[in-house]
Design a protein around this ligand. Structure first.
Ligand SMILES: C[S@@+](CC[C@H](N)C(=O)[O-])C[C@H]1O[C@@H](n2cnc3c(N)ncnc32)[C@H](O)[C@@H]1O
Length: 510
């Protein structure tokens, strides 16, 4: 894309310099858009809001910013910085001015630089190199890179030959379901983590392995195969499944409350059996009472209720009209508390983007979320789906994005928007939560998140990380390592139901 040459600014009149990331700024990189269906990164309009902010997090007067960056490009290019450290901004010359409005409460954040320029950034000219924040990328030798360097050597997975017959499911194995199209990524993950010989794709969205793997990123649901029910007639399936469930639960979890999930894999092929799964669920419910009333009465409405009562989760994965896989395990061990891992979230119609559902699901998975008065920073916030969710919980939000927030959020109490790059902002004091849904190079995003932990700027992290096209599993390992090196603990990664070409990561500090 041809771009106009950058405007030169002289040292005195230009106190800040476009920062490294949207320092992207810098080159003629090909553009990459957000995953489809998501709130795609909107082209920043370049129009300053000119409005004073709520000034929850900042001091001084917010400057209207003249040239916010374009949405980032070249998401998965090799980063020019060390992955373990976010690009630092050298403070040289006069301190940068605030991008936020005047403070109404305790100020906690300041913008350390100008939002990325729409024009490509030039390498700093000698004459004014001392007058702005500058980033000097350190070239990194390919041999020093961790993780996916040379993935072919490390993880020589052969593509599954669709013409080869798949080994049938065996009792004692584990059944995983994944997003359709991610079966190979799950296989790769299982083979890296567990060296599971014999892991194989059963059908679109379904993978079997000789053993389980706790918290696999690409598994939506995972369950031990306790029985495989095959019937000659479809009419027999519900009776045999009910009988099998009763035997398993009465033997292994006597007197325990239990919940039942009947599901199909989320694929075109398996979704044809979704109606059968619904009918099976209803007839098991109806038959349970006649088979064993005491057992039937211990059933609780859902997996969450079973988990809270230290009960069990029974699962039935319907493979066809005459075949189903039956599982039962303590609900606390369940990979997901949603049937087949499909955590369908609803958000109110006022949410500025569907991305709000991603955050709702992430909070559900994380197990906790911000409460009233918590201070949250939302990196890559526009148009404001995540911010909307956080404000709805009564949190204070500092939204950072070179793009505009939805008009519905304008002047919202508790919200401050810095129209600029996340790479240019640092808080004046620690916040409770760091949220991030930036469409930007994932390794650089991970390094930025690591920097937030290293500096003690946030206590809890939920971030959405965009995935590369290939070798996603080793790539995720690399992302997790960067976050852990930064100081995030209990780091987990999961491709949630509402995630597309992306994953959600979470972590705590200490
Ligand atoms: C998927 S959208 C975010 C959607 C948002 N979470 C929501 O709920 O509506 C990705 C956003 O990342 C922003 N972004 C990209 N690079 C950024 C950077 N360096 N700093 C801040 N935001 C950035 C884009 O402008 C875009 O608005």
């Amino acid at each position: 894309m041809n771009r106009p040459p950058p405007k030169r600014r002289d040292a005195k009149s230009a106190p800040r310099q476009a920062s490294p990331a949207p320092r992207a700024a810098s080159a003629n990189r090909p553009q990459k858009s957000a995953p489809p269906g998501d709130s795609a990164p909107r082209k920043p309009t370049g129009k300053p809001t000119g409005k004073p902010t709520g000034a929850l997090f900042g001091r001084g007067t917010r400057k209207p910013l003249a040239t916010p960056s374009e949405p980032p490009r070249r998401l998965f290019a090799t980063p020019s910085t060390k992955p373990s450290e976010a690009p630092e901004t050298k403070r040289l010359g006069p301190p940068p001015s605030r991008a936020t409005g005047k403070a109404a409460g305790k100020p906690i954040a300041k913008a350390a630089g100008k939002p990325p320029s729409k024009t490509p950034a030039k390498p700093p000219a000698k004459s004014f190199s001392k007058s702005f924040s500058a980033h000097v990328p350190k070239p990194e030798a390919a041999s020093t890179r961790r993780g996916i360097a040379g993935p072919k050597k490390l993880y020589p997975l052969k593509p599954v030959d669709p013409s080869r017959p798949v080994a049938p499911l065996v009792r004692g194995e584990w059944l995983f379901t994944t997003r359709e199209g991610y079966e190979q990524d799950l296989l790769e993950e299982l083979s890296i983590a567990r060296k599971l010989d014999g892991a194989r794709v059963i059908s679109p969205g379904l993978v079997a392995a000789p053993a389980g793997y706790h918290d696999a990123t690409f598994a939506r649901q995972a369950m031990p195969i306790r029985a495989i029910v095959k019937t000659t007639h479809a009419t027999e399936l519900d009776r045999q499944v009910t009988q099998t469930l009763r035997e398993l639960l009465v033997r292994d979890a006597p007197d325990k409350p239990w919940a039942l999930h009947v599901w199909v894999a989320d694929s075109e092929e398996s979704n044809r059996f979704a109606r059968i799964a619904d009918m099976l669920d209803r007839s098991v419910t109806a038959q349970a009472a006649s088979v064993d009333l005491a057992w039937a009465n211990r059933r609780v409405p859902n997996a969450r209720a079973a988990r809270d009562a230290l009960g069990w989760l029974a699962q039935v994965c319907v493979l066809s009209a005459t075949e189903a896989v039956v599982s039962a395990q303590p609900a606390i061990d369940a990979h997901s508390l949603h049937p087949g891992g499909r955590a369908r979230m609803r958000v109110d119609s006022a949410a500025p983007s569907r991305a709000a559902m991603k955050l709702e699901e992430a909070l559900d998975w994380f197990g906790e979320g911000p409460s009233r008065g918590d201070r949250c920073v939302d990196l890559g916030a526009a148009p404001g789906g995540w911010t909307h969710v956080l404000l709805g919980r009564g949190a204070q939000v500092l939204a950072i994005d070179p793009g505009q927030m939805a008009p519905s959020l304008a002047n919202h109490r508790g919200l401050e928007h810095i129209l600029g790059s996340a790479f240019d902002v640092e808080p004046d004091q620690p916040v409770d939560w760091l949220f991030c849904d930036m469409v930007w190079r994932p390794l650089e995003v991970a390094a930025l998140l690591a920097k937030w932990a290293r500096r003690g700027w946030a206590s809890m992290l939920i971030a959405n990380i965009k995935l590369p096209m290939k070798h996603k599993a080793p790539f995720i390992e690399r992302i997790v390592t960067i976050l852990q090196d930064g100081g995030w603990t209990r780091v987990r990664a999961r491709q949630l139901y509402h995630d597309r070409e992306e994953i959600t990561v979470c972590g705590h500090r200490k």
